[in-house]
Design a protein around this ligand. Structure first.
Ligand code: SF4
Length: 179
């Protein structure tokens, strides 16, 4: 097992004003730098920066950072959830490391999703139903993970947009790896 233990620090997010959100940092007892290329080949839409030894990943509305000596995650609702999510992430790193001989390490930096890629698939009517003035504003918030795709009701209510909806869902999906 790569990570045997960690020390967890949980704090209230400085960004939250209306409700409590928590951020967690797990300081690891192990150096996971060598595991990051394997995580990079396993996680969908992770951004690996080899020169900084960091891999960032968005999953279920949370920003997650893997460094050689720590894992950080934000947008947590409670201290209990923080512990649960960090436990899952540590388990995932350990599983990837255990299976590294079956995986191809990937040291490339995958391109970030661009707002224009999403905008091209949106209905482009600027109807405002999502609460944004334009579809491009919505695309900017989508790429930053600040709004769910479902807020574009036009996309979900009109059958003509089914193919676009599926493409957008696939582009935005970051599934937990099947290990
Ligand atoms: S609801 Fe959809 S179509 Fe309307 S402005 Fe928002 S993103 Fe564009």
């Amino acid at each position: 097992m790569l990570i045997e233990s960690y020390e967890l620090q949980i704090q209230v997010s400085p960004h939250s004003s209306e409700k409590f959100e928590y951020e967690a940092i797990a300081y690891l007892n192990a150096d996971i730098g060598a595991a990051l290329p394997y995580l990079n080949s396993t996680l969908s839409r992770g951004i690996y920066l080899p020169d900084k030894t960091v891999l960032s990943w968005r999953h279920e509305g949370r920003n997650i950072g893997f460094w050689a000596n720590r894992i950080a995650v934000d947008n947590l609702e409670s201290r209990e959830e923080a512990r649960e999510v960090v436990d899952h992430l540590v388990e995932m790193v350990n599983q990837v490391w255990a299976k590294r001989h079956e995986l191809e390490p990937d040291t490339t930096t995958h391109p970030r999703l661009q707002p224009l890629e999403l905008y091209r698939l949106l209905p482009q009517t600027n109807c405002g139903a999502c609460g944004e003035e334009t579809c491009f504003n919505f695309a900017l918030k989508l790429v930053a993970g600040q709004v769910p795709l479902e807020r574009c009701t036009v996309l979900f209510e009109q059958p003509a947009h089914e193919a676009r909806r599926e493409q957008l869902t696939s582009l935005l999906s970051t599934k937990w790896p099947a290990l």
